[in-house]
Design a protein around this ligand. Structure first.
Ligand code: PMP
Length: 410
């Protein structure tokens, strides 16, 4: 056995291990009844309302996406049979790539088996094209971005989160003639903060930098046809490469990049996580394609998500619950203590049948623990009001500092 694992296990009693097993919560989404789900704990089923799913628009239960996936299973079976370059490219992969390129107004797109591998696999190539590229990366960028940049071996500067002045200071200090790449998310996964995209594009133009934006928490949800935040701001064409996932707004699985054909071809050729792995099952690509197409023409889900997020914001303000104020749908309610955060999550579940996962280190720095709340397009006004009421009760019961009591200067 691995020595580190052995020493970890030796520090645990059988009860500890049984306890952590007992803590395990299985959530089974029920078709047609979302956002309710069945939770199995200690072998007992109960009904819960889910408030931390990344299936923000309920597309995992969309009839058209389900029908498309089922039809593709009937014709193509459940697997792809190989990597994209050796027998694993199917009609649906190509159709989906064309659809995504068109959605983002880019020349080409490339599918990966997840958003993680899309970031890791493309940045490990793009950050070395050309070889002496210097990268400027936001401090709160996702692990998949960090890993891709690390694997590229490129020189990297980290700028303070969403701090364009710091970005400019760092980029101005780099040699004028070296190739530069700026990498940001548009909606940050944990805080819901939105990037100041227009200012970042201005800096990129001023210093001749290439740009890469991760729209994982935005595609499907924002902008005309769900093309994301850059499209919402009318500046999608100012960014070189856009990256997205099919696993959140689109309710399926997979990731992609879209950008200039030459860059996409370079990634297709050199990215190890694209080349050396089995491609997505054709049926997944077919379901994702139906989902992307559906959300290009339907605004109902986007509108509902934004109304629910707005209502939740106003109820949390009224309840004096501290949360990061953003104009996105992700609500990070600030607890700031590991045990209290877990306890709040547990009580919401036990008392109110509400499931919100507590977010602790290493996903956030210790002392910055949050309940990451994800309202969904398929919650209704009643769900939002019940949720806010329950959260308020737990906040009072656990004596978690309120927004007005908290000293925001520290
Ligand atoms: N980028 C960001 C910002 C993310 O939050 C995530 C996952 N939550 C990913 C990329 C990876 O996407 P996926 O879950 O599709 O692998």
């Amino acid at each position: 056995m691995n020595v580190h694992l052995a020493s970890y296990l030796s520090g645990k009693t059988a009860d500890d291990l049984a306890g952590s097993k007992r803590e395990f919560l299985e959530i089974g989404r029920r078709s047609g009844n979302y956002p309710l789900a069945t939770a199995r704990r200690d072998g007992v089923d109960s009904e819960v309302s889910v408030w931390c799913s990344n299936d923000y628009l309920g597309m995992g239960q969309n009839r058209q996406a389900i029908a498309a996936m089922q039809a593709a299973i009937d014709t193509h079976g459940v697997g792809s049979g190989g990597s994209r370059n050796i027998g694993g490219t199917n009609h649906y992969h190509v159709l989906l790539e064309n659809e995504l390129a068109d959605l983002h107004g880019k020349e080409a797109a490339l599918l990966f088996t997840s958003g993680y591998t899309a970031n890791e696999g493309s940045l490990s190539v793009l950050a070395r094209m050309p070889e002496d590229t210097v990268v400027f990366s936001d401090a709160k960028n996702h692990a998949s971005i960090i890993d891709g940049l690390r694997h590229s071996g490129a020189k990297k500067h980290i700028f303070r989160h969403n701090d364009v002045a710091h970005l400019e200071e760092l980029i101005a200090a780099a040699p004028a003639d070296c190739p530069k790449l700026i990498v940001v998310e548009t909606v940050y996964s944990m805080s819901g903060n939105v990037a100041p995209l227009a200012e970042i594009a201005d800096i990129a133009d001023k210093y001749g930098a290439t740009t890469f934006i991760d729209e994982v928490h935005a595609v499907g949800m924002y902008g005309p046809q769900g093309a994301g935040i850059a499209a919402r701001e009318g500046i999608a064409d100012r960014f070189t490469v856009v990256m997205g996932t099919l696993a959140k707004g689109y309710g399926t699985v997979g990731g992609y990049i879209a950008g200039p054909a030459a860059l996409v071809d370079a990634v297709r050729t050199y990215s190890r996580s694209f080349v050396f792995t089995t491609s997505l099952p054709p049926a997944v690509a077919a379901g994702a394609l139906a989902s992307v197409q559906y959300l290009r023409s339907s605004d109902v889900e986007r509108k509902s998500l934004s109304e629910n997020a707005r209502l939740l914001h106003s109820l949390l303000i009224a309840a004096d619950i501290p949360f990061i104020s953003t104009d996105s749908h992700i609500v990070a309610a600030f607890v700031g203590d590991d045990d209290m955060c877990k306890r709040a999550s547990q009580l919401l579940f036990e008392r109110h049948g509400i499931y919100v996962q507590s977010i602790n280190a290493p996903s956030v720095p210790a002392g910055e623990e949050i309940l990451r709340i994800a309202p969904s397009a398929v919650h209704d006004q009643n769900d939002v009001e019940n949720f806010a009421r329950a959260l308020h009760g737990i906040w009072k019961e656990l004596n978690i500092p309120t927004a007005s009591a908290r000293d925001w200067s520290t």
